[in-house]
Write a protein that binds this ligand. Sequence first.
Ligand SMILES: Nc1ncnc2c1ncn2[C@@H]1O[C@H](COP(=O)(O)OP(=O)(O)O)[C@@H](O)[C@H]1O
Ligand SMILES: [Mg+2]
Length: 364
Amino acid sequence: MSSKININNIEIKNNDIKNNDIKNSRMKNDIETKSMKNKNDIEIKNNKTKNNIEIKNLTKKFGNFTAVDKMNLTIKEGEIFGFLGPNGAGKTTTISMLTTLIHPTSGTAVIAGHDLLTEDVDIRSIIGVVPQSFSLFAELTAQENLEYIGKLYGMSTNQIKERSEYLLKQVSLYEHRDRIAGIFSGGMKQRLSLAASIMSSPKILFMDEPTTGLDPQSRIAIRELTEQLNSEGITIIYTTHDMEEADKICDRIVIMDQGKIIADGTSDQLKHLIMSGHLIEVRLSPEEKKDMHNIIPELKKLSFVKSVVYNKDVMHITVNTKAGTFYMISDFFHKKNIVIEEIQYKEPSLEDVFIHLTKKDVRD
Ligand SMILES: Nc1ncnc2c1ncn2[C@@H]1O[C@H](COP(=O)(O)OP(=O)(O)O)[C@@H](O)[C@H]1O
Ligand SMILES: [Mg+2]
């Protein structure tokens, strides 16, 4: 049964609430409505909701290089939790440690009550993993791949048949079940990986960049399947370098850069708390670039300007009030004889948050 509940058009997801018949009155007691604007602003107070993953000072070094640096983080049961960051941020290394593939250099994590360092076998029995690269047998058929995993988990022949057929239908590969995985398209391979990862009915699913390199249709299919699994009660840890994607599907997001968490919150919190103020985007002609090292400090001195970031001919200026600042900024550039190609107020995106935090573009 779906655990998505709709009350007053607000969608609430929670692993522990499985009964759609729960009366509004009872739900109201359980829900503290901080703001009615967004599902992310709603916290569910439920005694049964326990912290599912507690990451404590988790660190991974490769020689002298620190790939994950003293990470501390709590991931709640029932969330779609996003690890967002550019290539090399440390997302895969974090996932590899949490899924017991590699040992931490120091620190640990407790996953559903089991310590990573001492209870790795228990952890493996309750998690599923969709790895960053395809890791199933290319020469086996879709069905055989799932059967192989079922046997690894000690499932009975009947269970294996039932579960594999159910999952092949769920990921729209049932008609292709007797074809070898090696000839599948990228999207089909990824759907098969997803089916394989949940063959053993895990409580927690780690997905490492599951949509990277896929066509738009396949991306949507993977995202919809992810949301469906989450609504069935699976906690999802989802890594991506795609800001828009994280914004679309994640209940909570950490932004990672160079092995560290640099921000943590819901998409709305990240956009509005971190970037408190209003964002003005100014597009300048490329020729103006040479003068910017003088201009930016002057802009920053203006009393209403909170921050200035200049990146690839686009300047993002955060101002503390909307009143008149748009014209004052235009006027500032006009007096310096700097040609503005475009100026506008902008709703901050997660990409803007990233740029403001790191002062660099996510693709750099
Ligand atoms: N086995 C390894 N040996 C040495 N360096 C590694 C190894 N695995 C990852 N790294 C380095 O650690 C950093 C983080 O990598 P990774 O976790 O794969 O990042 P992401 O998944 O965010 O792209 C990168 O600089 C990468 O080169
Ligand atoms: Mg990676």
